[in-house]
Write a protein that binds this ligand. Sequence first.
Ligand code: XMP
Length: 330
Amino acid sequence: MASKCDVRPKSLKRITTQAQAKKYIAAQIKEIQEQVGDGKVLLALSGGVDSSVCAALIAKAIGDQLTCVHVNHGLLRKGEPEMVCKVFTKQFKTNLVYVDATNKFLKALKGVEEPEKKRKIIGSIFIDVFAKEAKKIKGVGFLGQGTIYPDILESKGGIKAHHNVGGLPKDMQKFQLVEPVKFLYKDEVRVVGKALGLPENMVNRQPFPGPGLGVRCVGAITRDRLEAVRESDAILRAEFAKAGLEGKVWQYFTVVPDIKSTGIRNGKRTWEWPVIIRAINSVDATTATPVKLDWQLMQTITKKITKNVKGVNRVLWDITPKPTGTIEWE
Ligand code: XMP
């Protein structure tokens, strides 16, 4: 059964305008200050919309009583960790602990092919790294969390487990939660993010899985193939932005499976990977429709990927709807 405090208050009207968002921000700042007092808050900042908006709100409310921990698992998109660090240290002047745990993650993932096993490893190492950093910060009494209303509804409906303190080690479960966006829907979180001054590409970021590029480097992850995923994804995103598709296509990314095919480059035979392009529209990710892309755009992307991405000689386009394909390949 849902507890009463997990139900969106009737007094909270839908937030669609910047004026409404500013009012919400002012109220939350007051509420956070009252809840936290002179206590310390810790927050795992992934750079996703929810955790970023949550961090920005808490930072506005209590300044340096907040410490954010940004764990780079080595599976983030190109430029992502740099952007998160820049926005939160320079713009929001937040205490930010940046942990590059790439080696730890890739070592644990070495040779692991099974997607769910990969997810489990990534999830559990993430908790270990975060908990280790948390221990170094003395006197923390609160945990900031970017829970949003659909998370609560879905966990109530048994659709998915709410990524709440349940996943944290025992000694971290004593922290009181600070969840300033827990009654907001995703579109409202974006409106609030904009009003907080977060960058456009952070606020309107397309969905990105927690295990990151790890589930797009199909099969056992290797550093070179992971780089092929990261570089091809960066090219795809840049070309979509140039073509004015940013914010218009729900989710787009590249996948590199662990297969090779024959090709030719400078008159010599190559034996390299293909890059698969996935671009879909969806409302809530339960179903998805492939986006019909412009032929010229596809050719430009193909040319740039095969010219610039090491180890790749072919580009394919996945036009499968969900169902039967899922959005991600793993
Ligand atoms: P699928 O592949 O199931 O994906 O059609 C539906 C949506 O969920 C995202 N996704 C994930 N997000 N952890 C996440 O946080 C995951 O393990 C995960 N797997 C898939 C996917 O990107 C899509 O938006």
